[in-house]
Design a protein around this ligand. Structure first.
Ligand code: F6R
Length: 608
């Protein structure tokens, strides 16, 4: 989704800081980019395409200024063209605005502005904002009042940054769309001095300015900020709001590629560390105790999970854990939840969202909260909207994830869901059985990363017609996830199925050129049934890749085997998933796809 960066107090480095911030936001997905620089004079440069194209354009121009805004746009209203790229300006060019979100009443505002003589140069909803600011300025309003007047007229979701010619300040506002303020450090690290002098930043996400500061303030819905020689935050009525400065715990290096060709590969390899962080201090060595703080004190009598995409697969897994423990639990696609809301009763509503900003998930959580439900966010992002709006939060502690495809955060979600169910719904027997396998996860995954044959499998099948993934029970969400990962980064057709469903339709698609990836763990009834499904596809000449701990005879019927260490079936889901992540990565790499930035996709999906 769109990315915003803005800064003041970086002097001659302003333009460079903005472009650097935009590069750090690339992971969110975008199709055009632009910057605006101001103070005495205001100038804007923007273009369809990637940041390289913007940099090329900037090298041919002479933009300067000591306060600035930048934007990466992911098209919603209007195609990715130069004109639709942000920043947007009004009729006079005195105002420049970047926006993330959707202005729902833009059509009527646009008609009213047009009737009053304004002419528009883009198809976007955003463009009404600079025209409204301009109009207020022309009526004699002071810059900040003009900004506030414009914002008071728009409805919908927005994170907005604005510049006004002749003013050495950055104006910002948020509603339902993330916006964080960075408080820079002076060279000697004096926070009090930096609060007076800056530099100050606004951004959709911390990586945009993490190279310059770890001190952040999260804006809440309805709040405004003016950044100049200080940071001034006010509510809708203009009353100053006291905010606490929080410190980001990860460092800027974590947002680099550390020698890997892609962020996705780096993040797959970071899973052992991410899981150690997730579990640290939360399980004891002997396996008897799980401590997740106040969240562990909950005792839900029913759980409804709401989530999207990969997080929905984690939700399917989480619901199984609770049902297994005798607690009724269901996973819902967040985008469908509000249109057919189930009774909430006394159920706990759990939103699983790595970003904490997914509009569909937030809307499902709000819908349930409005009906009186207690809510919990399972998220990676401290200070995110989900974390702030829910009654409780369980952090997965995966560290920053930049690749659009979720990898280490999915592992973190599954691990955190185990902690959650063990702490709130399961007894000491389950804890003694499962906790040791959670403790071994990091080592087991490292073993897979060191020895995986996934690359050879990928090379063997990179030109197939389609790819199918099957699994039962805990391995069913893994099958769905394996298919999603492959389709989103390789653009190949991939589908995941509950193994038992194959014969109810999908089997018609199976041919000698459609490899089937089957995850088979243990040797119990569930495993044997999946082995039966392997035989069904083998009989139709489909190549089979078994992802297995070798306890069943699945390997005998497979063309290739991807091994996982023996462990509890719940933990094995995470291990099998790592093999499938690697297969997806190598197929996409063989096909030369832009793995970290798949076409049309965004990391943080802030529109419904
Ligand atoms: C797939 C992927 C998406 C997200 C989905 C929800 O790799 O990343 O399917 O899982 O957009 O995002 P969050 O977890 O941020 O709510």
């Amino acid at each position: 989704m769109c990315g915003i960066i803005g800064c003041v107090g970086r002097g001659e480095q302003t333009l460079q800081t903005l472009v650097h911030g935009l590069e750090k936001l690339e992971y969110r997905g975008y199709d055009s980019a632009g910057v605006g620089l101001g103070s005495e004079r205001l100038s804007v440069s923007k273009t369809a395409g990637e940041i390289d194209a913007l940099s090329q354009k900037l090298s041919e121009q002479n933009l300067s200024g000591t306060v600035g805004i930048g934007h990466t746009r992911w098209s919603t209203h209007g195609p990715p063209t130069d004109a639709n790229a942000h920043p947007h300006q009004g009729c006079t060019g005195r105002v420049a605005v970047v926006h993330n979100g959707i202005i729902e009443n833009y059509q009527e505002l646009r008609e009213e502005l047009t009737a009053r003589g304004h002419s528009f140069s883009s198809d976007t909803d955003t463009e009404v904002v600079p025209h409204l600011i301009e109009e207020a300025l022309e009526e004699g309003a002071e810059p900040e009042a003009a900004f506030r007047s414009a914002i008071s007229q728009i409805e919908g979701s927005y994170a907005i940054g604005a510049l006004i010619e002749g003013v050495e300040a950055l104006f910002a506002a948020r509603n339902d769309s993330p916006l964080v303020i960075g408080i820079g450090l002076t060279p000697d690290g004096d926070q009090d001095a930096s609060l007076r002098d800056g530099p100050f930043f606004i951004a959709s996400d911390v990586p945009a300015f993490r190279d310059f500061t770890a001190n952040v303030v999260y804006l809440d819905d309805g709040e405004f900020a003016r950044l100049d020689g200080g940071v001034h935050i006010t509510d809708r009525n203009g009353t100053p709001v006291e905010k606490s400065i929080e410190t980001i715990e990860w460092d800027a290096e974590e947002t680099g590629k550390s020698g890997y060709d892609h962020y996705m590969l780096k993040e797959i390899h970071e899973q052992p560390r991410a899981l150690r962080q997730c579990l640290s201090g939360r399980i004891d060595e002997l396996g008897g105790n799980v401590d997740i703080g106040a969240v562990g004190e909950l005792s839900p009598t029913g759980v409804q999970f709401v989530a999207c995409g990969t997080s929905y697969h984690a939700a399917l897994y989480g619901a199984q854990l609770f049902r297994q423990a005798g607690v009724p639990a269901q996973a819902f696609l967040a985008s469908e939840y509000a249109s057919s809301p189930p009774p909430v009763g006394n159920d706990l509503i759990v939103g699983i969202t790595q970003s904490g900003e997914t509009a569909d998930t937030l809307s499902a959580l709000r819908e349930a909260a409005n009906r009186g439900a207690e809510t919990l966010a399972v998220t990676n992002t401290v200070g995110s909207t989900a974390a702030r709006e829910c009654d409780h939060t369980l952090y997965i502690r995966s560290g920053p994830e930049i690749g659009v495809a979720a990898t280490k955060t999915f592992a973190g979600q599954l691990a955190a869901l185990n902690l959650f169910s063990l702490a709130t719904a399961e007894g000491s027997t389950a804890r003694r059985e499962v906790v040791p396998s959670l403790r071994d996860l990091a080592g087991d995954i490292q073993h897979i990363l060191d020895d995986s044959q996934a690359r050879a499998v990928a090379d063997a099948y990179a030109d197939s017609d389609a790819y199918f993934f099957i699994g039962r029970r805990y391995q069913f969400p893994v099958a769905l996830e394996g298919a999603l990962k492959l389709k989103e980064i390789s653009y190949e057709h991939a589908e995941g199925f509950a193994a038992g469903e194959l014969k109810h339709g999908p089997l018609a698609l199976v041919t000698a050129n459609t490899p089937v990836f089957a995850t088979v763990i243990g040797d119990g009834e569930v495993a044997q049934k999946t082995v039966g499904n392997i035989k069904e596809v083998e009989a139709r000449d489909a190549p089979v890749v078994a992802v297995t701990d070798g306890k069943s005879d699945a390997g005998m019927y497979a063309d290739h085997v991807l091994e996982v260490p023996e462990t509890h079936p719940r933990a094995a889901a995470l291990l099998a998933n790592v093999q499938l992540q690697l297969v997806a990565y190598h197929i996409a790499n063989d096909l030369g796809r832009p793995i970290d930035k798949p076409r049309n996709l965004a990391k943080s999906v802030t529109v419904e």
